[in-house]
Ligand binder design. Structure first.
Ligand SMILES: *[C@@H]1O[C@H](CO)[C@@H](O)[C@H](O)[C@H]1NC(C)=O
Ligand SMILES: *[C@@H]1O[C@H](CO)[C@@H](O)[C@H](O)[C@H]1NC(C)=O
Ligand SMILES: *[C@@H]1O[C@H](CO)[C@@H](O)[C@H](O)[C@H]1NC(C)=O
Ligand SMILES: *[C@@H]1O[C@H](CO)[C@@H](O)[C@H](O)[C@H]1NC(C)=O
Ligand SMILES: *[C@@H]1O[C@H](CO)[C@@H](O)[C@H](O)[C@H]1NC(C)=O
Ligand SMILES: *[C@@H]1O[C@H](CO)[C@@H](O)[C@H](O)[C@H]1NC(C)=O
Ligand SMILES: *[C@@H]1O[C@H](CO)[C@@H](O)[C@H](O)[C@H]1NC(C)=O
Ligand SMILES: *[C@@H]1O[C@H](CO)[C@@H](O)[C@H](O)[C@H]1NC(C)=O
Ligand SMILES: *[C@@H]1O[C@H](CO)[C@@H](O)[C@H](O)[C@H]1NC(C)=O
Ligand SMILES: *[C@@H]1O[C@H](CO)[C@@H](O)[C@H](O)[C@H]1NC(C)=O
Ligand SMILES: *[C@@H]1O[C@H](CO)[C@@H](O)[C@H](O)[C@H]1NC(C)=O
Ligand SMILES: *[C@@H]1O[C@H](CO)[C@@H](O)[C@H](O)[C@H]1NC(C)=O
Ligand SMILES: [Cu+2]
Length: 571
């Protein structure tokens, strides 16, 4: 490796009011070019410290994390700490043109945040254009030093990061797609910890191997960092126990297959067989695809290998049997629905679920695809000769050329954004049925919703079937939400709320809205700032399936957005 930057600089002890130790953890992220070869194709990628995937951030709940990001490439960059609450700390959230201007070539920015009330797995990734294709890595949040897990402490913990490998430059892919208005190409492979595995040509040497001992419990920290694909994951002959999602403990449940959308994280316990099984097991992931058009339908595989002092020679190893997992049909919406129903918050006295019971603000947002007219002097490759677009309540969100959070903080919204984002669709229609609207054109605008501090909010996200119903993984910045209900078809405001779970709904930061269906979530707007909400399919975000909330300051000093740090990048 050409770069040997120190991950840990130094650590400073600090004392919390609860008299438990927390520390400050320092990292340096040098954004540099790096050559990587997969599937016999070498390409130069944007990377952190010349690593692919990027370095691990490891911290305990309560710790402060300081990451100095130094941009040494010509691409503008910003880093998002996906799922970190960033309480009154929006300056460190990272989405380009939302909370900050990007870090330009030869400039640096220091992200400074504390991890509060979260334990499990999150991840960090670039949050500008499609650079997160190669710029991502895990955030591992251990319990406080004096606290235990609500389950038996695992023997070992291993991040399992799913990603996509593209033989071509992903920046060129999205730039061209936005130009022509057509659907972009798809990835060439999926990866586990950057490795496509043995089911691709010229790839066997790039296979992730998990070596285990019999009779132990391992915690796998699953992260879906793929650009555009929801995934099914399974390990042959092994049951997985889900215990934590998006850094929140869940009621444990067993499954042979995990469904995980981009932006989601899932901690699972893997109990190994009590005795050396004289067998090797494939772990594999495949997409779930619900939309129209083409997708990467390939399979990434890794190997679960039992270590035995007696059977450890290479010759003996090749003799063991290999078992393969069975994954659901790649179009199985029914599997996804069944699986998703199992999630519940732990919701006990130690880890309560603070679900809003009374609602101050209600929203119904349609989400889905749409189109923009083709400019007169061009021919476009989108639907019916138009350009692909995507929207929330038919508004395709236009990013400004400055940062929204700064405009908000300094009271300079004029010409940057307006606060009239519609609370419900302006032109209601039969969202998942017929007749479908005969005009699929979107409005292009930068409209936000303003929420008073600590208002309790309910949002229904309603998928549309315009240009195809599709499962969309929606991600909210700066907050977790409780998924109180979901279903297929159109949300029924009279009958559906009767069945809402207000006791132990799952709490998360990213949720897959069912294809041709809806979900309802609730949250307290307890975090002053400007918070992005968007589809975590990069292609849909690029097309405008995104919007932002402004949460106003509260009355106490701790409830106010502080001034920006002095090194906040300029546009
Ligand atoms: C990547 O490979 C190219 C072509 O071989 C070479 O010119 C370049 O210096 C390499 N870049 C890095 C960062 O190693
Ligand atoms: C990080 O933020 C804390 C709290 O605002 C501050 O005390 C500290 O000096 C900051 N550290 C750095 C390196 O910016
Ligand atoms: C793995 O599962 C297959 C199919 O269910 C079964 O036939 C086989 O015996 C199992 N092997 C081991 C080592 O558990
Ligand atoms: C994947 O898609 C290609 C092209 O559409 C098709 O030929 C192939 O059979 C598909 N493979 C699987 C495993 O579905
Ligand atoms: C290979 O496995 C056999 C038992 O199946 C064992 O006796 C032998 O020691 C092993 N060889 C090595 C080099 O591990
Ligand atoms: C392990 O399995 C292989 C292949 O099935 C077999 O040839 C070998 O004898 C087995 N070794 C032991 C120790 O059971
Ligand atoms: C998957 O489901 C689709 C739609 O139900 C069906 O057409 C296809 O044959 C199925 N594929 C497999 C491999 O079962
Ligand atoms: C989902 O659950 C229903 C009802 O229990 C069952 O009929 C269906 O087969 C399940 N689908 C899948 C793919 O497991
Ligand atoms: C079409 O016109 C726009 C603005 O009028 C211009 O920016 C663009 O370059 C033109 N494209 C082509 C292909 O001529
Ligand atoms: C495609 O565009 C033509 C001409 O603008 C229009 O008549 C037709 O209805 C459109 N078809 C679809 C499927 O939108
Ligand atoms: C919406 O469309 C579906 C399917 O076409 C139909 O069954 C339903 O009655 C429609 N609903 C309304 C309110 O028109
Ligand atoms: C467009 O849709 C509206 C409402 O469904 C309908 O009244 C109108 O006739 C349609 N127009 C065309 C040209 O199909
Ligand atoms: Cu989407």
């Amino acid at each position: 490796m050409g770069y040997s930057y120190l991950l840990f600089g130094f650590a400073i002890l600090c004392l919390l009011p609860q008299s438990t130790f927390c520390i400050t953890r320092h990292y340096t992220f040098n954004i540099v070019k790096h050559n990587v070869t997969r599937l016999c194709t070498t390409k130069s990628i944007v990377s952190v410290n010349g690593r692919f995937p990027g370095p691990h951030i490891i911290a305990r709940e309560g710790d402060r994390v300081i990451v100095k990001v130094i941009n040494q490439v010509s691409n503008n960059i910003s880093i998002h700490w996906h799922g970190i609450r960033q309480l009154a700390n929006g300056w460190a959230d990272g989405p380009a043109y939302v909370t900050q201007c990007p870090i330009q070539f030869n400039k640096s920015y220091t992200y400074n945040f504390t991890i509060i009330g979260q334990r499990g797995t999150l991840f960090w990734h670039a949050h500008i254009s499609w650079l997160r294709a190669t710029v991502y890595g895990p955030i591992i949040i251990l319990p406080r030093r004096n606290e235990s897990y609500p389950f038996k402490k695992p023997h070992k913990q291993i991040p399992i990061m799913f990603g996509e490998w593209w033989n071509v430059d992903t920046e060129a892919v999205i730039n061209q797609a936005l130009q022509t208005g057509g659907g972009p190409n798809v990835s060439d492979a999926y990866t586990i910890n950057g490795l496509p595995g043995p089911l691709y040509n010229c790839s066997s040497k790039d296979t992730f191997k998990l070596k285990v001992k019999p009779g132990k419990t391992y915690m796998l920290r699953l992260i879906n960092a793929a650009l555009n694909d929801e995934l099914f994951f399974s390990i042959a002959n092994h049951t997985l126990t889900i215990v934590d999602t998006d850094a929140i403990y869940t009621k444990p449940f067993n499954t042979n297959v995990v469904f995980i959308t981009p932006g989601q994280t899932t901690n699972v316990l893997l109990k190994t067989k009590p005795h050396y099984p004289n067998a090797t097991f494939l772990m594999a992931a495949q997409p779930y695809f619900s939309g129209l058009g083409t997708f990467d339908n390939s399979t990434v595989a890794g190997i679960l290998e039992y270590e035995s002092p007696l059977h450890s020679s290479p010759t003996n190893k090749t003799k063991t049997k290999l078992f393969k997992p069975t994954l659901p049909n790649m179009t199985s919406t029914s599997f996804v629905a069944n699986f998703t129903k199992n999630f519940r918050s732990l919701a006990n006295t130690r880890f309560p679920a603070n679900v809003p019971q009374n609602i101050d603000k209600r929203f119904l947002f349609t989400i889905g695809l749409g189109s923009n007219p083709c400019p007169k002097n061009m021919t476009c490759q989108g639907p019916n000769g138009t350009k692909f677009s995507a929207s929330v309540n038919n508004i395709s969100f236009v990013l400004p050329t400055t940062a929204l959070l700064q405009s908000h903080y300094f009271g300079q919204s004029n010409g940057i954004y307006t606060t009239d984002f519609p609370a419900t669709p302006l032109n209601p229609f039969n969202y998942t049925g017929s007749p479908q609207p005969n005009n699929t054109f979107v409005t292009n605008a930068t409209k936000l919703v303003v929420l008073p501090f600590n208002s309790s909010v309910e949002v229904v996200l309603q998928d549309t079937s315009i240009l195809g119903a599709e499962n969309h993984p929606l991600h909210l910045h700066g907050h977790n939400f409780f998924v109180v209900g979901e279903g297929f078809g159109n949300f029924d405001p009279n009958n559906d709320p009767i069945n809402f779970n207000l006791k132990d709904p799952i709490e998360r930061n990213t949720v897959g809205v069912p294809a041709g269906g809806w979900i309802a979530f609730r949250f307290f707007a307890d975090n002053p700032g400007v918070w992005f909400m968007h589809c975590h399919f990069e292609v849909h975000t690029s097309w405008g399936l995104r919007m932002a909330w402004i949460v106003l300051d509260g009355s106490l000093p701790s409830q106010k957005l502080p001034p920006p740090p002095s090194d906040l990048p300029k546009c």
